[in-house]
Design a protein around this ligand. Structure first.
Ligand SMILES: [Zn+2]
Length: 359
């Protein structure tokens, strides 16, 4: 199974496409307008396993947060290689969406080409965008003008003072819920639908229109215990979607609404795109979140990468290589134990999704 995992986007895409060809499954390719760091083409590639008219569909997506795609891409290539097509009942399909955010994946960033956190971009921009009280106070310290010296030191001191005053959970909630007022800031949800959102919603409207039940499994990394896959459901007890999630995946389901998840409550996650595109289907969505490093180290990596592109000159910065290594460690386990854990858990969860959606 180690061969399912790649070391960069181009390799991940190539493995996925070769596995798709061998599996002889329908493939749709959506070309991204930009290129990768080595001028390679970028795109979102989608395959369909099982009956094209299946009414029950599991959509398993990767790289909503670009660099987190190593994890989900490895599992998607595994599902194709190990012939999961053959295990599907006749009214069930498994749709694999490879690289929701290919630009972020290729450039080893969490955000997309516009500094958008794609998993905050699926809000209804026609109504008022969510406000983020508290974020304005933190923004200048989160993205300091300089990464060294007194400017950085005073920025770090301001962040530490905020954490000491409000607590780490409040800091995580305020910074990461998704904000819509600072385009160069952290967890920016955008000012309109991104290329990735338009691509995903367009595909869903066209190809998932006949689905009666849709299960969304979105692969992520960076939160929770290392190598463990936390199932993050939507809503809380009494909410039919949440109750289905617990029935399908068991009592380990976590929820930011319940307050027992490694994640805080978020604005505009990707499942809203599928719901908006397929309003008549029953939807059961989870985020599958695999841990890597402790939360504060992951947050520091995200902050560093944001600074690198907002203020640091990106590739021209002397900090470029060290920050890229920091990002990679924060979002990709790389060691064989981590890959084994991801593949075992990824199979278990997608299998549960297929059983759940079919019953
Ligand atoms: Zn993520």
């Amino acid at each position: 199974m180690y061969k399912y995992f790649a070391s960069d986007y181009a390799e991940a895409r190539s493995k996925f496409l070769m596995a798709a060809e061998s599996a002889d499954v329908p493939l749709w390719q959506f070309d991204h307008p930009l290129t990768g760091p080595n001028d390679e083409a970028l795109g979102t590639d989608i395959v369909w396993l099982g009956a094209r008219d299946a009414r029950h569909v599991v959509v398993a997506g990767s790289a909503t947060h670009g660099i987190e795609g190593f994890c989900g891409s490895g599992c998607q290539t595994g599902f194709l290689t190990e012939n999961w097509k053959s295990r599907l009942a006749k009214d069930i399909a498994l749709v694999l969406v490879h690289a929701n955010n290919p630009h972020g994946f290729a450039h080893q960033r969490r955000v997309n080409e516009d500094n958008i956190d794609l998993n905050r971009n699926f809000i209804d921009f026609d109504v008022e965008t969510p406000q983020s009280p508290g974020f304005a106070e933190l923004h200048p310290a989160l993205v300091p003008e300089a990464w060294d010296g007194p400017i950085r030191e005073s920025a770090d001191a301001a962040i530490e003072a905020y954490k000491a005053r409000e607590g780490l959970p409040a800091f995580q909630q305020v910074t990461s819920r998704g904000q819509y007022n600072f385009p160069d800031g952290l967890f920016f949800g955008g000012s309109g639908p991104s290329w990735s959102r338009r691509t995903i919603e367009g595909f869903a409207r066209k190809h998932l229109a006949e689905a009666k039940r849709i299960a969304v499994v979105d692969f992520h990394t960076g939160l929770g215990p290392r190598g463990y896959g936390e199932i993050i459901g939507r809503g809380g007890p009494g909410d039919p979607q949440y109750e289905r999630t617990v029935a399908w995946y068991g009592p380990d389901v976590k929820s930011a609404v319940v307050g027992n998840s490694a994640s805080v409550r978020l604005n505009g996650t990707i499942d809203f795109g599928y719901r908006r595109s397929c309003p008549d289907a029953e939807q059961t969505a989870i985020t599958l979140e695999f841990g890597t490093l402790p939360l504060e180290e992951v947050h520091e990596a995200i902050r560093a990468d944001n600074w690198l592109y907002a203020k640091g000159g990106a590739e021209t910065s002397p900090h470029f290589n060290s920050i890229k290594a920091q990002m990679r460690a924060a979002f990709y386990g790389e060691d064989s134990k981590w890959k084994q854990d991801i593949w075992a858990r990824g199979q278990e969860i997608v299998d549960q999704a297929l059983n759940g959606v079919g019953n």
